[in-house]
Design a protein around this ligand. Sequence first.
Ligand code: DC
Length: 221
Amino acid sequence: MAFNIAIDGPAGAGKSTIAKLVAKKLSYIYVDTGAMYRAMALYFLRKGIAPQDEKAVSAACDEITVTLSCESGEQQVYLNGENVNGLIRTEEVGKATSIVSAYAKVREKLTQLQREMAQTTDLIMDGRDIGTCVLPQAQVKIYLTASVETRGKRRFLELQEKGTGCRLETICQDIKNRDEQDMNRKLSPLRQAEDAVLVDSSFLTIEQVVERILEIVEEKE
Ligand code: DC
């Protein structure tokens, strides 16, 4: 049986940075499920389908094929055969993703794909519902979180580095809204699985979080 590590937590807690590093250390495949939801949202936006229109979004789901590949150690997301990695990280796509990821048809499609991948491959998968819903049998479950202020500051610095003007207050408010949406939706809301280990990264360096997770994995292996 494949060894699966599930990492869930709110936006900006550092899941993908940490999961990538842990995957490298363990020579596991890293699967960023948020990117899969983002690729689907990009499709709806391009088609002019309003994210709020659940009926239209659900009807269009069958037109979409999302595939992942690992190229030079980096996950690449393909939307109907097109590499959309560089197009899915915008605020517009992020907001649309938070809305469409609440729909049953969207979740069913990606959950099935994620389970298929995890069956045969040792992997570390990050998202919102991996430990609670996608891989309830995962050998290791981590709930990685950080305070809104910490996550806001990290995002603020990231945007500043890219030369994008922004206000810290606005970013923190956006984070709160995203948390609210992800935690209070009916289907697969973001929450800590009962058997997940809580790791709060607010006052930890990236290296410390990676170390902590590797310790947890070692205990379970
Ligand atoms: O991790 P991220 O910021 O790329 O996720 C984008 C959105 O996708 C986020 O609003 C929650 C949603 N998502 C989800 O519902 N389930 C997952 N397993 C991963 C992401």
